[in-house]
Design a protein around this ligand. Structure first.
Ligand SMILES: Cc1cc2nc3c(=O)[nH]c(=O)nc-3n(C[C@H](O)[C@H](O)[C@H](O)COP(=O)(O)OP(=O)(O)OC[C@H]3O[C@@H](n4cnc5c(N)ncnc54)[C@H](O)[C@@H]3O)c2cc1C
Length: 369
């Protein structure tokens, strides 16, 4: 039997960033268990790779700012070349939504994020494909950008491994044994691991892992979202920012000489590799026709879907379980888990090591008691 003080379930952004921070804080003995044969098979490798700092929830926004700052200023020992393309972002909105977006932008500014409110005309000058789109205004954030998600995930795991973490791939956690109200052992499809602390970072499966441990029933829902990539398009400027039409739930950014597009669909799914649904391609075509008419004739060459897992109030779930001692949640990262990963891992690691931390209360699982 293997024995390790800390066992992390899941090698996505939640688990990898927690391992990274535990390592930075001096923890040498930890095991990460991942059911797939490599990291990043699920949400962490299937997302849109956009770091967005203007978000409505103040606690998540602060985490996003911290995460983006980290990616723009990687530590000297980071194992891969720069991973962040600072192309900026444009968030578009109309009507009452525009007033709300301006307030979110002001909040971001108060937190130190550089933002500007632009007229629709100025936004159209910056991103020509918006020419015939209708919106009241745009929020420009110059420090947002696009991330090499595999290099970010791999960097966290490599630095944790250098400190002593072991990543065990290709085995699924099937039992969390609890003795006298405290976690004692994790059983995988290949071995048993004696553990003092079990960190539940299993993405869409966090609810199922919680059940295995008899932990609090945290309300978590995996929602599927599709992404589409067009064929190369001569008129796409690769230096465009990512553009998110908040009023109409449609976003796009340059990708591989064409565009990556998303109609912001969200259908509840069971944990797993979500199947793609052809009706979402129709939804995308309809949204493009109505809200991005200049791009109406684009041909799609590739599409995929992934799961974004949300708690009932939309906030992350980070903290000790109220029912089972030694069981720790890093769950419900929704649509912000890549951007906020550095801050999420930092908060989790500090709480695991018994330190105080900002936002401990906002993200605590105790709110679902
Ligand atoms: C289409 C889409 C677009 C997105 N766009 C963005 C974006 O632009 N910016 C952004 O910040 N975020 C974005 N996100 C959100 C982001 O990808 C997620 O919040 C983040 O990846 C969640 O990370 P995680 O580690 O919690 O989950 P995951 O990446 O799913 O990792 C969980 C891991 O746990 C493993 N696991 C599960 N059960 C077990 C078990 N029993 N035993 C062992 N291992 C197990 C899984 O195999 C998996 O590798 C997007 C998500 C999607 C789907």
């Amino acid at each position: 039997m293997i024995s390790s003080q800390y066992v992390i379930i899941g090698a996505g952004f939640a688990g990898a960033a927690t391992a990274y921070h535990l390592a930075r804080l001096g923890v040498k003995e930890m095991v990460i268990v991942e059911q797939e044969s490599v990291a990043g098979v699920h949400s962490s490798g299937r997302n849109a790779a956009m770091a967005r700092q203007v978000v409505p929830d103040p606690a998540i926004a602060a985490m996003a700012r911290e995460g983006a700052l980290f990616m723009r200023n990687l530590p000297a020992d980071w194992p891969t070349p720069p991973i962040f393309q600072q192309r900026g972002s444009l968030l578009l909105s109309s009507g009452a939504g525009w007033q709300k977006l301006v307030r979110d932008a002001e909040m971001a500014q108060e937190r130190g994020v550089e933002v500007e409110c632009w007229s629709a005309e100025k936004a159209k000058e910056r991103v020509a494909v918006l020419e015939d789109a209708e919106f009241d205004g745009a929020v420009w954030c110059s420090t947002d950008g696009v991330v090499d998600i595999h290099a970010l995930l791999g960097g966290y795991l490599k630095i944790a491994a250098i400190a002593g973490a072991r990543v065990l791939y290709g085995r699924s956690v099937c039992e969390v044994e609890v003795l006298n109200g405290r976690v004692a052992e994790v059983k995988t499809s290949k071995e048993s691991i004696k553990a003092e602390v079990v960190i539940n970072a299993a993405g869409a499966w966090t609810g199922a892992i919680g059940k295995l441990a008899g932990a609090l029933e945290v309300p978590l829902r995996p929602l599927r979202r599709h992404l589409f990539v067009t064929v190369p398009l001569l008129w796409v400027n690769p230096s465009w920012p990512f553009v998110w039409d908040i009023s109409h739930d449609l976003y796009f950014r340059p990708e591989a000489g064409g565009l990556l597009l998303c109609p912001c669909d969200q259908d509840e799914m069971v944990p797993g590799m979500p199947p793609t649904d052809s009706t979402v391609a129709e939804l995308l075509a309809d949204k493009i026709r109505r809200y991005l008419p200049k791009a109406s004739d684009v041909a799609i060459k590739n599409s995929w879907a992934g799961l974004r897992t949300f708690s009932a109030d939309g906030r992350f779930v980070i903290g000790w379980d109220p029912k089972v001692k030694g069981f720790f949640w890093v769950a419900g990262l929704g649509g912000h888990g890549m951007t906020t990963s550095y801050a999420v891992g930092g908060l989790a690691a500090r709480l695991i090591l018994g330190e105080e931390s900002r936002f401990a209360k906002e993200f605590s699982p105790h709110r679902f008691l």
